[in-house]
Design a protein around this ligand. Structure first.
Ligand SMILES: Nc1ncnc2c1ncn2[C@@H]1O[C@H](COP(=O)(O)OP(=O)(O)OP(=O)(O)O)[C@@H](O)[C@H]1O
Ligand SMILES: O=C(CO)[C@H](O)[C@H](O)COP(=O)(O)O
Length: 290
């Protein structure tokens, strides 16, 4: 935690919607005049696509079928922690990009499956924003949540998460349903051991729940729309959260537990703005006074 140089960490599995949630944060930053520098979690993969395939094949030949991009060892989590620490202490740091597809290749000038070079953050930022797979990992080697001042989990129920991943990977990254299904299966061990424990570390979880039948996510023809879903928003520490204000402002919302509110899927953006804007304002104003 750093009063002077705050860090916001948004964590979710692949396809959960963390990049989508980043747009809402970007809107809040723009409206509130907050200068944020951003990190994508995939920038901290250990291997480029070719070397990852070789590592997977090597481990598979040795009988290890649990290794995947979700595994701690497939990522530079110590380097990520070093960047979090450095930013918290000095407001400086560095990142790079993992290029997934042709659009990103054009943007960054590096072929798909490769990394760009490391580059320093722009100077004079108000906060650091992380979005990726491992923003709240606690294991024998790292403790990432201790550095972050606001930790958000983006966690659709699993069938919906798979539908979102399959559709995104097919449309944007050129994979087949079968290839994505294989990846989901290969990642299941690390999903349980490395991804989901993080959602007990996060301050607020946003869980999208479809209200249409998703019982066979592998054949879903489209992603359930906002109107076909609800979002459960759970606060780790509900003290200080003005639930009656939220329920009165967000039409169709209700409290399902003492620390949880349910909102219509179409109100997710509004709910995030109402909940997160004052939190971000507080982080930035306290950092200016520190
Ligand atoms: N609230 C939402 N309503 C409808 N569709 C959504 C929502 N959130 C995400 N999606 C869709 O789900 C897919 C995956 O979302 P996104 O790219 O944000 O995931 P991600 O968590 O960033 O994945 P990765 O970490 O693998 O890049 C996208 O097609 C996106 O449009
Ligand atoms: O989005 C992801 C993880 O968050 C990707 O699955 C990961 O970055 C690897 O990408 P690819 O298999 O396309 O090389």
């Amino acid at each position: 935690m750093s009063k002077k140089h705050p860090i916001i960490s948004v964590t979710g599995s692949s396809g959960a919607g963390t990049s989508t949630v980043k747009h809402t944060f970007d809107q809040i930053f723009r409206r509130e005049g907050v200068k944020a520098v951003s990190i994508e979690g995939d920038a901290f993969h250990k291997f480029n696509r070719k070397d990852m395939k070789a590592e997977l094949d090597r481990r598979y030949a040795e009988g290890d079928s649990t290794f995947s991009h979700f595994s701690y060892e497939a990522n530079e989590l110590k380097e990520l922690e070093r960047v979090f620490r450095e930013y918290g202490e000095t407001g400086t740091g560095r990142t790079r990009h993992y290029v997934h597809d042709n659009d990103e290749a054009e943007l960054y000038g590096v072929p798909p499956g490769e990394f760009t070079d490391w580059a320093p953050f722009e100077e004079g930022s108000d906060l650091l924003f992380y979005e990726g797979l491992h923003g709240a990992v606690v294991n024998d080697e790292v403790n990432l949540p201790q550095h972050a001042d606001l930790k958000i989990g983006v966690v659709p129920v699993i069938n919906l998460e798979w539908i979102q991943k399959i559709h995104r990977d097919k449309e944007k990254r050129g994979y087949t349903t079968e290839a994505v299904t294989d990846v989901i299966l290969r990642r299941m061990h690390a999903y349980v051991h490395c991804i989901i424990p993080q959602f007990t570390q996060t301050d607020i979880n946003f869980q999208r729940v479809p209200v249409v039948d998703t019982s066979n996510p592998l054949v879903a023809r489209w992603i359930p729309t906002p109107d076909e879903s609800l979002v459960v928003i759970r606060f780790k520490n509900p003290r200080g959260i003005d639930f009656s204000y939220l329920v009165s402002m967000i039409q169709g919302s209700w409290m399902s537990r003492a620390n949880s509110i349910v909102v219509p899927g179409s109100k997710l953006d509004l709910a995030m703005q109402l909940i997160l804007t004052p939190m971000i304002e507080r982080l930035v104003s306290e950092s200016k006074r520190a």
